[in-house]
Design a protein. Structure first.
Length: 236
């Protein structure tokens, strides 16, 4: 089966446990204000590859994975090509390679549900904590990622939640408390990560001739992200 990918990172350490090969899929239906990969938006761009070709590359790096590593499929939005990702993950599972899905959780259909059958871990972005902010700054409703999270729980798939700390938008204590409330009651959430908003993507926007939507917000420091995490922990 063929699909469209943007790129492959051979040895990554921030997109799931251990050392991982990260496959960035091409195409995304969302327009998140802080997106750092606008070059992945166009579903017709990128490179056409087949699953066997990608899997062969993954296997070459397997000696570096260790006991915790594996493959992560990110984007773009991986859920736009669920059949391709499912076939790739099935190949990995047959070789006992750990699979992680990095997603916004914005799409749901039978193909996505089938993909979860071969997914060991989901890295789910909860980008905002109100429906109004989701619609304004992301381009979908808050209901969609929460529904996806409920399906992960239903299927017993471990989840890491990611939330980007944007000073002046998502860093307020009341926002962190709302996030905590949204995530209450889920037993399969293993980790909640607070990631500092950065602007290293601005040259990509300039090269593409489009404005960076969150240019008005300052970048977040590591300390600000850690402060958000401490605020989140107050309710645990």
């Amino acid at each position: 089966m063929t699909g469209k990918i943007h790129s492959i990172q051979s040895l990554g350490t921030v997109d799931g446990p251990g050392v991982r090969t990260v496959v960035f899929m091409q195409g995304c239906p969302l327009r998140c204000g802080y997106c750092h990969n606008p070059d992945t938006w166009d579903p017709n761009a990128g490179e056409t590859v087949d699953t066997a070709e990608v899997f062969a590359k993954i296997k070459r790096f397997r000696p570096y994975f260790g006991p915790e590593g594996g493959v992560t499929v990110s984007g773009g939005e991986a859920l736009l090509q669920p059949d391709f990702v499912r076939e790739l993950f099935a190949l990995c599972k047959n070789e006992s390679i750990h699979t992680a899905l990095d997603t916004s959780g914005c799409l749901w259909n039978e193909q996505v549900e089938s993909l979860l059958d071969v997914t060991d871990l989901a890295l789910l972005d909860i980008k905002m904590t109100t429906d109004a902010d989701y619609r304004e700054y992301v381009g979908c409703s808050l209901e969609k990622p929460l529904f996806f999270l409920s399906k992960l729980e239903e299927k017993g798939i471990p989840a890491w939640i990611r939330h980007v700390v944007v000073p002046g938008l998502t860093d307020a204590p009341e926002n962190i408390r709302r996030l905590r409330d949204l995530l209450k009651g889920y037993s399969y959430i293993q980790k909640v990560e607070f990631l500092p908003f950065h602007k290293i993507c601005v040259p990509k926007y300039e090269k593409m001739g489009i404005p960076f939507p969150f240019d008005r917000f300052p970048a977040a420091s590591k300390d600000q992200a850690e402060q958000a995490f401490r605020e989140y922990q107050k309710g645990s």
